[in-house]
Write a protein that binds this ligand. Structure first.
Ligand SMILES: *[C@@H]1O[C@H](CO)[C@@H](O)[C@H](O)[C@H]1NC(C)=O
Ligand SMILES: *[C@@H]1O[C@H](CO)[C@@H](O)[C@H](O)[C@H]1NC(C)=O
Ligand SMILES: *[C@@H]1O[C@H](CO)[C@@H](O)[C@H](O)[C@H]1NC(C)=O
Ligand SMILES: *[C@@H]1O[C@H](CO)[C@@H](O)[C@H](O)[C@H]1NC(C)=O
Ligand SMILES: *[C@@H]1O[C@H](CO)[C@@H](O)[C@H](O)[C@H]1NC(C)=O
Length: 410
């Protein structure tokens, strides 16, 4: 009892001391809308209600000065244990959210259920076990549907341009493969560090081996419906120490969670990254990921033969079939990314989506988080995406114009 009191007081003191030192950049303590304003952009927060009653925050970014592209609506979706911060981690010219806004796009940033900005539900809060009963399957089935519908209504558009990173690509692949009506609303899908199957995953996952995964799954199952998160003050303390030059290299291990060989980050900002990463998700989601590593399929959550029969009406979980996808898809990947492994991309995505891959681009020496945190990503990835989308916006405008003319002529 006494010890915990001492621990609590000393961590409080440490926290006060940390907040008084200037070692961490102020973005550490800001939400994405606050960061957006801090960098001089128009920031909006929109609340979206999903069909299963989760309340999600969408963060909108618009430039105050750049001429706007009226039909250029871009929706960005983050990866596992991350949140919308993934698109505003660096300076204006280095963060996807700002680079796209400066190019005149109407930028919408998603926050999947369970992340700090999206921990609300109509019926119960995050203190309730039921809140954490989800995996990326529900993010795909409910979150994506609700967010895209909301954005299109708000912007009076028929479709939008989607940019996903990692799990943000997983949920879109799943959704597009199941829902052709939804697919019509996605003009282009830009997949950064694309993931479907993860049977060749490397890094820590591989290091720990399959036995570890089996044990982890067994342990996690006992706490399935709980949040997977880190207390805010612990995260701040870690951030502080990771802002110190001497330990910074050790800390990148944490951000790169499974690999730690990143070279493209801004090392001076490691403390800022760590204030926002890892963000929360459910333990059940992690179990779903581990299942994918073990069984090598891109499929729904496995409840076991009996549970699957109740849930899906068949003994094994339904597999997502990427051959159903017709959306023009652009892949951005790297041989140095041990999470979105090249072999997995070849075996699953190239193989099943051959006819709809509109472009495939290999990045030199990008590790998994470099696609969003890496400084060269603006030139290597974001600017090329901007030109690809701009061409399509123009094409659609001409098409609309022709349709309009032929209507008049008739
Ligand atoms: C969790 O969700 C699954 C699938 O929707 C459902 O079958 C199960 O009853 C839920 N469990 C709890 C504890 O709410
Ligand atoms: C890296 O981050 C630091 C701290 O936020 C900033 O002062 C510096 O300008 C950044 N460097 C680059 C190249 O963006
Ligand atoms: C996936 O869908 C394609 C057609 O869209 C079909 O030919 C193929 O058999 C399906 N694969 C599986 C495993 O269901
Ligand atoms: C699609 O398949 C064709 C013929 O099998 C092959 O030449 C081409 O490289 C494939 N495209 C991609 C993106 O994998
Ligand atoms: C971004 O702009 C800053 C100056 O505002 C510059 O120092 C930095 O090198 C730029 N970053 C990149 C990746 O070009």
């Amino acid at each position: 009892m006494q010890w915990s009191a001492v621990l609590s007081i000393s961590s409080q003191l440490l926290l006060i001391w940390i907040s008084r030192t200037r070692a961490i950049d102020p973005e550490c303590y800001m939400t994405v809308p606050e960061i957006t304003k801090y960098y001089g952009y128009i920031s909006e927060v929109h609340i979206v209600r999903t069909e299963d009653d989760y309340l999600l925050e969408l963060h909108r970014i618009k430039s105050k000065t750049a001429p706007t592209k009226p039909d250029g609506v871009v929706f960005m979706q983050h990866g596992l244990l991350a949140d919308g911060f993934n698109f505003t981690p660096n300076l204006k010219n280095e963060s996807a959210g700002f680079v796209f806004a400066d190019a005149g796009f109407d930028v919408w940033i998603g926050n999947s259920r369970g992340t700090p900005a999206s921990q609300k539900h109509i019926g119960y809060g995050p203190e309730d076990d039921r809140f954490w009963n989800f995996t990326f399957q529900e993010m795909s089935q409910y979150d994506l549907t609700a967010c895209v519908k909301y954005i299109l209504k708000e912007t009076k558009q028929n479709g939008l341009y989607y940019i996903g990173h990692s799990q943000g690509t997983v949920i879109m692949f799943a959704k597009l493969s199941e829902d052709p009506e939804f697919a019509k609303k996605i003009y282009q899908f830009h997949a950064l560090a694309p993931v479907a199957t993860v049977s060749h995953i490397g890094g820590l996952f591989k290091l720990m081996g399959n036995k570890f995964l089996t044990v982890a799954q067994f342990l996690l199952k006992r706490v399935a419906n709980t949040p997977l998160t880190m207390p805010k003050f612990v995260q701040k303390i870690i951030s502080y120490f990771c802002s110190l030059e001497v330990v910074r290299n050790v800390c990148t291990l944490d951000i790169g969670f499974v690999d730690g060989t990143e070279k493209l980050f801004n090392f001076t900002r490691v403390g800022v990254y760590l204030c926002h990463t890892p963000a929360a998700t459910s333990t059940k989601n992690l179990i779903h990921w581990i299942q994918q590593v073990e069984n090598k399929h891109f499929q729904k959550f496995d409840y076991g033969p009996q549970g699957n029969t109740i849930e899906y009406g068949q003994t094994s979980p339904p597999v997502y079939n990427l051959s159903n996808i017709n959306t023009p898809t652009f892949l951005y990947w790297s041989k140095d990314d041990v999470l979105a492994d090249t072999q997995d991309i070849r075996d699953t995505i190239f193989n099943q989506m051959n006819k709809t891959i509109a472009g495939s681009f290999e990045m030199p020496h990008y590790t998994h988080l470099d696609f969003v945190f890496g400084l060269p990503a603006t030139d290597d990835i974001y600017k090329p995406i901007i030109s690809r989308i701009s061409v399509d916006v123009q094409r659609r405008k001409k098409l609309k114009h022709h349709l309009h003319l032929s209507e008049i002529e008739n």
